[in-house]
Ligand binder design. Sequence first.
Ligand SMILES: Nc1ncnc2c1ncn2[C@@H]1O[C@H](COP(=O)(O)OP(=O)(O)O)[C@@H](O)[C@H]1O
Ligand SMILES: [Mg+2]
Length: 261
Amino acid sequence: MEGETELPKGAHPSFARVIQQKQRVKANLSKIKHKIGVYSAKGGVGKTTIAINLAYALSRKGFRVGLLDADIDCPNVTMFLGIEDRMDPHAPLKPPTKDGVKVASTAMLTDELKKPIIWRGPMVTKMLSDFFEYTDWGELDYLIVDSSPGTSDTPLTIMQLLDTDGFIIVTTPQKIAGVNSMRSGIMAKRLGSNILGVVENMSDGKPSRSTNEAAETLGVSVLGCVKADARFNSSSDSGIVPVLEYPDIEKEFTLIIERFL
Ligand SMILES: Nc1ncnc2c1ncn2[C@@H]1O[C@H](COP(=O)(O)OP(=O)(O)O)[C@@H](O)[C@H]1O
Ligand SMILES: [Mg+2]
């Protein structure tokens, strides 16, 4: 069913509903040239960090960029960026702009930041598909989608509903991260999505053996390494985007985007 947008004759109602929703998402996002997911099944490897800095590196290059925080359970993008704006929950959702990048997150729809979002899969899927269907991004060159970890509802919904150019898989030098990044890439491929490449985060500057193995297994290259650097931690606490603040970090991310542009 993945990739299909035509409604087969006599389709079962639930099948038809998914196809129709996919068509509505496609129509709503038709003014976006490229949609890129940032994903790993493993938590804490730096998906959000990489997604944010890639978005701003693209924006620095002069592209019109949007950033969707698709981590419905733990929407951290607004905190990383120091955004306090709220969005009117009525469609169409209007994402606020921070330093030239349009940003949308469920955190902008909730009043209490500390309140956990405890939802079962169908609610997560509904919220995410509403974001795809009703957010008014206007014309964009790139939409970067920050996924939650795991291999269930969030990444599954992104892969099934969004016509992405592909996914950037984030890993760290450790074997366990490499294995999980392989798992992540294989899932995306099985669902018909492309893999644009692997980024090694918290790196010493050279891809580890497990990172190289993961990239090789997925048939892609390592797009780049982002060094382990305490400035990422201090920046995320103060709402600073490292790419906008530190030229050496901007260079790391510029090298990565130049490999998939
Ligand atoms: N290259 C890095 N060097 C140091 N700390 C990092 C780096 N990348 C991310 N971090 C920190 O690691 C933590 C997890 O990063 P995050 O982007 O939230 O991961 P994920 O989205 O995969 O869960 C955050 O505190 C972040 O500031
Ligand atoms: Mg995250």
